[in-house]
Write a protein that binds this ligand. Structure first.
Ligand code: B1M
Length: 232
């Protein structure tokens, strides 16, 4: 039996447990992550704090070693799977705010890109804030966005990209919306680790959102502006 298996998570202090969860996420230990999330919630932690301090921070560390060639795709997939286990516990809690309906959002990861954890997080937080969100999933060509925008009733289009090679595709989607004369009907928000504000402006998005909390605040601001304009 390894030392790792001897650790009783419930006996650790909050700080020790958070650090242990970073290790467990790194090692792709889904059950331990789920247990850790439940312990922190049981100790009165806010779901958003569990999400950011235990899970997102753990994934940030995974990202560094992935970049440096210490971790490889199979290990990172296990870490992602463990992260998703923790997120599944937090999802209903983040969505249970009883907030009034604020608007409708369509979101998806762009063509060529299969990263979905950040997008899923944005979806969870937007739903928790009172937005109805339709998630198109990963690897979306422009046709998927346009078709769904035309078929449904949306206020906001959200796009996610995690690769420097896929982020330019966001411009393809926005340019197509312009060509079809539908760009001004929607607020376009973009996000993902390699993006920044300058890029968001350059491709013609309404805003770049650094993280899920910023996405919620930005969406709320745009919806408030829209309602003010309608009531003028
Ligand atoms: Co990938 N990967 N990956 N990966 N991966 C990165 C992105 C990378 C930075 C790792 C690294 O080198 N450090 C690097 C990209 C380098 C670059 O482009 N410059 C990289 C690479 C290279 C690759 C592959 C090419 C590796 C390979 O095959 N050799 C490959 C590409 C596959 C593809 O997409 N075609 C690949 C594959 C994978 C896995 C499948 C193993 C796995 C994804 C599993 C999954 O998503 N289901 C994976 C993972 C997990 C990562 C890292 C480690 C973590 C990403 C993550 O989930 N972060 C990542 C390193 C990193 O980002 N530090 C990396 C946690 C998440 C909460 O953060 O996604 O940034 P994030 O989302 C945030 C914000 O960005 C923002 O809010 C979120 C929540 O706060 N946000 C939005 C995101 N989307 C938004 C949309 C919005 C608003 C805000 O709309 C309004």
């Amino acid at each position: 039996m390894s030392d790792e298996q001897d650790i009783i998570l419930a006996d650790l202090s909050d700080e020790e447990l958070t650090l242990q969860m970073h290790d467990d996420l790194y090692d792709g230990m889904k059950e331990e992550i789920e247990e850790g999330v439940n312990i922190l919630l049981g100790r009165g932690w806010m779901p958003y704090d569990v999400l950011t301090k235990a899970l997102v921070e753990g994934m940030r560390i995974v990202g560094i070693d992935f970049r440096d060639g210490i971790l490889f795709v199979p290990e990172v997939l296990l870490a992602a799977n463990a992260m998703k286990g923790g997120m599944a516990i937090l999802k209903p809690l983040l969505a249970e705010t009883g907030a009034p309906r604020l608007g409708n959002m369509l979101i998806g990861t762009v063509k060529g890109d299969i990263h979905d954890i950040g997008k899923n997080l944005v979806t969870m937080m937007m739903e928790g804030a009172g937005f109805e969100v339709k998630d198109l999933g990963i690897n979306n060509p422009v046709e998927n966005y346009v078709q769904e925008l035309e078929d449904g009733e949306y206020d906001i289009l959200g796009m996610s990209a995690l690769l420097t090679t896929t982020m330019p595709y966001m411009k393809v989607v926005i340019d197509t919306m312009v060509e079809k004369g539908m760009r001004d009907d929607y607020v376009v928000l973009v996000g993902g680790a390699p993006l920044n504000e300058e890029f968001g402006k350059a491709i013609g998005a309404d805003a770049y959102c650094r993280d899920a909390a910023v996405a919620v605040e930005t969406a709320k601001e745009f919806m408030a502006k829209k309602h003010n304009q309608l009531s003028m």
